[in-house]
Write a protein that binds this ligand. Structure first.
Ligand code: DQA
Length: 161
């Protein structure tokens, strides 16, 4: 099982940008913690950050056939990008969106969310800990998919015998 973590614009500035909103942790530190947890859980993990919308779309498309799930913080593109929304929809993988801040308690323009309706789930307002919660949630989704596949296999076997 492999999770791809996709980070949008300005998240490479975490630890520097608006610490009162996003906290003091750097993106590398968040990723190091996620990597440790993935290793403990026997999950493969890959990280990608870009400030460019098209590169984020390309990365989501690359996940098709490669990844079992996506954790994405599309950052400012969350509020504007139909292209990222369509890419998430196209690959049809379990996808959890994370926002470090609670976007629903901030400026009105952040309340528009193009991504959430095509995601499995959204985690907002937990600070960097939201990425850990997303991993716990993704592992739960993987377990449910595995259990469902097992049940289908058993049903198929018993109908053949
Ligand atoms: C963000 C919230 C967005 O509105 C903002 O543009 C970001 C970060 C968050 O993680 O809280 O860059 O996605």
């Amino acid at each position: 099982m492999k999770i791809v973590v996709i980070q949008g614009p300005n998240l490479n500035m975490l630890g520097v940008r608006e610490q009162q909103i996003y906290g003091a942790m750097k993106l590398e530190q968040i990723h190091a913690q996620m990597k440790d947890f993935a290793t403990q859980s026997g999950i493969e993990i890959e990280f990608f950050q870009s400030n460019f919308e098209g590169e984020l779309v390309d990365k989501i498309q690359e996940c098709y056939g490669e990844a079992s799930g996506i954790i994405i913080n599309a950052a400012a593109y969350t509020h504007t990008s139909i292209a990222i929304r369509d890419a998430i929809s196209a690959v049809s993988l379990p996808t959890i969106e994370v926002h470090i801040s609670n976007i629903y308690r901030r400026e009105d323009f952040r309340k528009q969310n193009m991504i959430a309706p095509v995601c499995t789930s959204s985690i907002v307002g937990f600070g960097p800990y939201g990425y850990h919660l997303a991993m716990v949630g993704m592992i739960q989704i993987f377990n449910e998919i595995r259990a469902m596949q097992e049940m289908q296999k058993q049903a198929q076997n018993s109908s053949e015998n």
